[in-house]
Design a protein around this ligand. Structure first.
Ligand SMILES: Nc1ncnc2c1ncn2[C@@H]1O[C@H](COP(=O)(O)OP(=O)(O)OP(=O)(O)O)[C@@H](O)[C@H]1O
Ligand SMILES: [Mg+2]
Length: 214
């Protein structure tokens, strides 16, 4: 099985996640890809302060993914690649720096970093490589409302992509329609509990949300 793990900004346990991935890398093809993290906010600051165009902001945001990929590879002492061919193998573990691929294949018709986000980029790469997509967030999955603001928020065990399309959840609003269109097998879980990733790799279902496609 091939897996693409998108590591969100507030996921702190990168070393432990690396350990779990290494444990299963003889059995699965595992690719780690970061989010925009702090660089995304920095670019938003620039947009506010000096009027850079949408397309430039987007090119910067995509390159920010490479900066964060370098950080992950450094922490894990793991191979990093910018080649889509090299992340399509059925076994092994790699960090993907996606800028070269994304900017050359340029799937983006809209140049807006709030619409074409790191969640969207990860879904695009998962679709192209046929990988199962794991969104690692700092929350347990998708809730009926923001669990950081509402103590009574309820976790969905599964939810249809159309139901969260255009809504504010922990998955960027434009991404569910791509998940639906590309028919991606997708799970959202808490990256700060690496044992849950272990459960996925070993064929179990941990506390998480599965995004259903119809
Ligand atoms: N309905 C919801 N269910 C779950 N989380 C939600 C919901 N609504 C809002 N959130 C918020 O979404 C946040 C996660 O999204 P966020 O974009 O901050 O992180 P990320 O995508 O993992 O990081 P990055 O964007 O840097 O890759 C959670 O911390 C949570 O507070
Ligand atoms: Mg995000």
């Amino acid at each position: 099985m091939k897996y693409l793990l998108k590591i969100g900004g507030n996921v702190r346990k990168i070393r432990e996640i690396g350990r779990v991935c290494r444990k299963y890398s003889g059995k699965h093809g595992i690719v780690l890809m970061p989010g925009g993290w702090g660089f995304a906010s920095l670019i938003r600051d620039y947009i506010g302060k000096i009027k850079i165009s949408g397309i430039t902001a987007q090119r910067m945001a995509v390159r920010a993914l490479d900066m964060n990929a370098l950080i992950i590879a450094d922490i894990l002492g793991c191979d990093i690649t910018d080649s889509i061919g090299k992340i399509s193998s059925a076994r092994g573990m790699k960090v993907f720096a996606p800028a070269r691929y994304l900017l050359s294949s340029f799937p983006f018709r809209v140049h807006d970093i709030d619409r074409l986000t790191s969640d969207y980029c990860a879904a695009y790469v998962a679709g192209r490589t046929g990988a199962r997509l794991l969104y690692l967030k700092d929350v347990d999955g998708i809730f009926d409302k923001d669990p950081k603001k509402y103590a009574d928020a309820v976790l969905y065990k599964d939810i249809g992509a159309p139901e969260i399309s255009g809504k504010k959840t922990c998955i960027d609003e434009t991404t569910p329609s791509l998940i639906q269109k590309s028919r991606i097998d997708c799970l959202v879980l808490n990256g700060n509990f690496p044992g849950r990733i272990d459960r996925v790799f070993s064929g179990n279902i941990p506390r998480s949300t599965k995004i259903n496609i119809r």
